[in-house]
Design a protein around this ligand. Structure first.
Ligand code: ATP
Length: 310
């Protein structure tokens, strides 16, 4: 669906994309992640030919993409980070305007606008002007404008910024539904739990370069992050803690406030630990495994320093 090869984009002396690569298959929900200023919006804007780039190759639907490829653009939806509708028009008129960029048949357009209104839960607001809408409804209008022409490939650039949990859920469920109805999705967000929930594969970028790509499981395995075994309310002496540390496949161990936290080199260590505790009559309240989440992976890969001040 999308092939991007060695894309370079400069804004004067800033290199926003530095040999950026991307491959998205038909039917995926693909996550594009990176800290502030890492190049996500620039990547999307280059891919859909909103801005020019310096070098590299972009193929969409198997065809080389360029600004005048109307037939390709017709099949693309873009929901930008910045709200992109007109305050002079009503909700209905805005959606109708965007649908009209690609759909010229009046009756067909009417049907599609109604579908988009219904899909985004804007039925009661069709005559409202955008400045009368709440933040969540504005975001939903932004989405309706981007998807009303029923595109096969949709780019969502941080669509849930500053919306309440109810609107966020509605948006996430809507994205899943669009995908089930056949659209391929590229999704950027700073909310890792959203990406974890939605995306089957993802790439993390920084300074315009790909850092890591794959499913969540694949990228976690590529990092040095380990699963942790957490044992609560356990009474154990230092000598026994040291003995556990020497068992096979134990990476590291801490014991604080009656909680034992063991970093596992392999899941095989779990059985050995439980047997050791049983044989030594060591009692505990509960035991659970904490897997590295996408937030841990993101921080491990991109580093922990603040980015907003660059
Ligand atoms: N129009 C522009 N002119 C000059 N520099 C730009 C322009 N747009 C983006 N940049 C710079 O290019 C780099 C990449 O920016 P971009 O907006 O693509 O990142 P991003 O990952 O989308 O960031 P965010 O998560 O904050 O939206 C940044 O250093 C940014 O300051």
């Amino acid at each position: 669906m999308i092939i991007v090869k060695d894309l370079i984009k400069r804004y004067k002396e800033i290199v926003a994309l530095d040999n950026f690569n991307l491959r998205v298959e038909d039917g995926e929900i693909y996550g594009l992640l990176g800290p502030n200023g890492s190049g996500k919006t620039t990547a999307i804007s280059s891919i859909i030919s909103i801005i020019p780039y310096d070098s590299g190759e972009i193929y969409l639907f198997g065809e080389k993409m360029s600004p005048n490829k109307f037939e390709i653009k017709k099949n693309i939806g873009y929901v930008p980070q910045e709200l992109a509708f007109m305050n002079e028009l009503t909700v209905y008129e805005n959606i109708d305007f965007f649908a009209g960029l690609y759909i010229y048949d009046k009756n067909e357009r009417k049907k599609l606008v109604e579908e988009a209104i219904d899909f985004c839960g804007l039925e009661n607001f069709r005559k409202f002007r955008p400045n009368k809408l709440s933040g969540g409804l504005k975001r939903r209008l932004n989405i309706a404008c981007g998807i009303c022409h029923r595109p096969k490939l949709i780019f969502f650039d941080e669509p849930t910024v500053a919306v309440d949990p109810q609107s966020r859920n509605k948006i996430l469920e809507g994205i899943k539904e669009l995908n089930s109805n056949g659209s391929t999705i590229v999704y950027t967000s700073h909310y890792m739990e959203e990406v974890e929930y939605l995306c089957n594969r993802l790439t993390i970028i920084d300074k315009g370069r790909n850092l890591i790509t794959g499913t969540k499981k694949q990228i976690t395995e590529k990092t040095s992050l380990k699963d942790k075994l957490i044992i609560n309310e356990i009474n154990i002496d230092r000598e026994k803690v040291d003995k556990i540390k020497k068992l096979p496949y134990i990476d590291s161990i801490t014991y604080e406030d009656k909680t034992l936290c063991i970093s596992l080199g392999s899941d095989m260590a779990i059985g050995t630990i439980i047997t050791f505790l049983k044989e030594n009559n060591i009692y505990y309240e509960d035991l659970n495994i904490k897997q590295a989440n996408l937030n841990d992976v993101f921080l491990e890969v991109t580093g922990k320093e603040l980015r907003d001040n660059v």
